[in-house]
Ligand binder design. Sequence first.
Ligand code: ASP
Length: 288
Amino acid sequence: MTPALIVHGGAGAATPPALQTERRSGLTAAFEAGWNILVQGGTALDAVVQATVTLEDHPLFNAGLGSCLTEDGTVEVDASLMDGTTFQTGAVGAVRNIKNAIQLARAVMTDGRHVFLVGEGAERFAREHGLPHATADELITTRQYQRWQAQQTTGEPGTVGAVALDSSGRLTAATSTGGVFNKRSGRVGDTAIIGAGTYADSAIGACSATGDGEDIIRATLARTAVELMRGGKDPAQAARTALAHLTRRTRGESGLILLDPFGRSGVVYNTQSMGVAFRSEGRFVVRV
Ligand code: ASP
């Protein structure tokens, strides 16, 4: 089976021209990190985690380094992932001082006792599992600090995610974010919620969503989109129908990426822009 991969860098306001080249190269590097794993026969799970880590480590995306700040001026991140074959999931919410939240979500999944850890308990779990720690100073970029100081609320894109199909037919999805600008401490968004921001079922499809988290949770967007592919239905159409459902019922703004077990894809958004990188008909495509 031919592998497939889509990486996204969030949906929101148009990317300022000065940031476009760097965002494009970040998405390209993330795609390559995941793609190299897939073409060497690696798993979809490793591919989505590696692609997501690459974007968490990039300062121009709202995840890991470069996360937006809460109203208290802190960083609290959310992340989740789902293996569509084993139906195992791992999620973390409102976590401080973690370098790569997606690796923490993966550790929660591998540990298997629980599927969702938040706050201090999640931070303790990260320490016990030896995951790289990062202080607020190490996670906050000058750019995000200045936005917070100026209370600049423009909905810049930057949440990150990936969906992959590996050569054994396994579908996996992952999503990671700093959340929404100026959120209350303790707020957890769709990115940490299986079925809202992330969902995968290897028999049907995989989805990673981005956008207005409260609305995405209300619409259980990722699971809705995947269920719309049941029976081999076209992912592009499923993505449009899921987004129309979100818009109609909540007026939310969002973007989502979908893959099905045949490697067919769907990419839609109702925001000004959405960063994506994928391969289509043998050609690499990257947009910001
Ligand atoms: N969905 C994310 C959240 O609400 C934010 C985003 O995707 O831009 O936390």
